[in-house]
Design a protein around this ligand. Structure first.
Ligand SMILES: *Cc1c(COP(=O)(O)O)cnc(C)c1O
Ligand SMILES: [Zn+2]
Length: 416
């Protein structure tokens, strides 16, 4: 079977990988690796997990997360086995992710997979952190890239490298969902390729590294996994990595319970799960004007991969999962508590996960002795600025969200 193969989670067929994002039905594909036992490779960063990445080669670029046993926060919360997976910049703990979020676990594997399936210009839509990660990786690897991003998120678009000429930025006067729609249109033009979001196995298996790294450190699967979600792709990835780790056999057979947290009042996955719905219904999706009421717009995906086969609803069902809608004051308190207790700044979405953990402790959803993994999906930005000055990217073109005509694509082609 080679290193890996893809299986459709709906019709169960094996699908040839030509950078394939799905078969004829609407389900997710999942990677099946020839190596059922994970052996770390003597390669830098994330590439030591090469056994379980859907690629043949490795570009050698891309830092791994670090997992460490919490002392400060654990003590605050009265927990005895709290582990933190930190995706960000904190050299003191061996964390060197310079765009400061776990999106940089996805970008190297995804770009490597893309290179291996033809020479195309990669198109990524983002609310900021994904764009930053792909811009950083593409610039280090010298690859062409098109970024589609809401104007309101442009301030998040920087890298620590020189801004390279082969990266183009299209800013949309709209929200994240508008950027995704436009990105898909550009990605369908000849010579371009959309990243595919949750449908891209390289993105999910890249994010799954959080669980792999943590389990190797903890020597066992955790009983609980906490993460802030917008699309929930990281939650799916944690579940899929756990399936592989259980099959590996060395880390126990307990499937971690997913505790996924959204930012109220924009919490469609929370609403659907609380209403016992396996697909998101229109009533679950708040008006987009609610996004500005949230603690962080990073988590405001209007169309997450929830009801799709192999998606967030399946992940929650298979892990007896829980979903939280975190209020702004809870998030603020959690951020301060984490930063004081652990001595490093975190991004706002990560504070949403910390707040969910606080709630789980308050409601006895976790026991003090449970093995718990808290995914700090982003942090160390203040710490980074002591060592680097970020270079901001500027937009090559700004367009209206509801501009539908093909003239827009012509305009875009002129700057690409
Ligand atoms: C993207 C992002 C999330 C949410 O990830 P999902 O794709 O919903 O799993 C959480 N935190 C940070 C910092 C992010 O950038
Ligand atoms: Zn199928």
């Amino acid at each position: 079977m080679g290193r890996y193969r893809l299986r459709c989670l709906q019709c169960n067929r094996i699908v040839q990988d030509h950078y394939t994002l799905g078969c004829h039905d609407n389900a997710l594909l999942r990677t099946e690796y020839a190596e059922s036992r994970l052996t770390l490779k003597n390669l830098p960063g994330i590439w030591k997990f090469h056994d379980w990445l859907p690629v043949s080669g490795s570009m050698g670029i891309g830092a791994a997360p670090v997992t460490y046993r919490s002392e400060g926060l654990a003590q605050e919360l009265g927990l005895h086995n709290l582990y933190i997976s930190f995706s960000g910049y904190l050299p003191e703990r061996g964390a060197f992710i310079k765009t400061c979020s776990f999106k940089e676990l996805e970008s190297p594997a995804t770009l490597q997979r893309s290179i291996e399936h033809g020479n195309k210009t990669f198109v990524v839509s983002s609310a900021g952190n994904t764009a930053r990660a792909f811009a950083q990786t593409a610039s280090e690897a010298g690859l062409p890239l098109v970024i589609v991003i809401p104007v309101s998120c442009m301030y998040r678009l920087w890298i620590t490298n020189e801004v390279p000429d082969q990266v183009r930025v299209i800013a949309v006067d709209g929200d994240y969902y508008d950027a995704i729609m436009l990105g898909d249109r550009i990605g369908s033009i000849d010579g371009f390729r959309s990243e595919g979001g949750a449908r891209n196995v390289a993105r999910r298996d890249g994010m799954g590294i959080v669980m792999l790294d943590a389990v190797l450190r903890m020597k066992t699967l955790p009983k609980h996994y906490f993460q802030a979600i917008g699309s929930g792709t990281g939650g799916i990835a944690a579940w899929e990595a756990s399936i592989r780790l259980i099959r590996d056999g060395r880390f126990g057979d307990l499937m971690p319970r997913l505790h996924l947290a959204q930012s109220a009042p924009f919490a469609p996955i929370f609403n659907a799960w609380a209403g016992n719905r396996r697909v998101i219904s229109p009533e679950d999706v708040p008006d987009k004007s609610m996004i500005k009421e949230t603690y962080t717009d990073i988590l405001s995906n209007r169309n997450p991969p929830y009801g799709i086969r192999g998606g967030v609803a399946d992940a929650l069902a298979e892990t007896r999962g829980m979903v939280y809608a975190i209020e702004n004051d809870e998030a603020r308190d959690a951020k301060r508590m984490f930063e004081d207790a652990e001595g490093v700044d975190i991004l706002r979405p990560a504070a949403i996960a910390v707040a969910a953990l606080c709630r789980a402790v308050d409601t006895n959803s976790v026991d003090p002795d449970d093995m718990i993994l808290l995914n700090i999906t982003g942090g160390g930005l203040s710490r980074l600025k002591e060592d680097y000055s970020p270079n901001h990217l500027s937009a090559d073109l700004v367009i209206e969200a509801d501009a539908r005509s093909d003239r827009i694509l012509d305009e875009i082609m002129e700057v690409l």
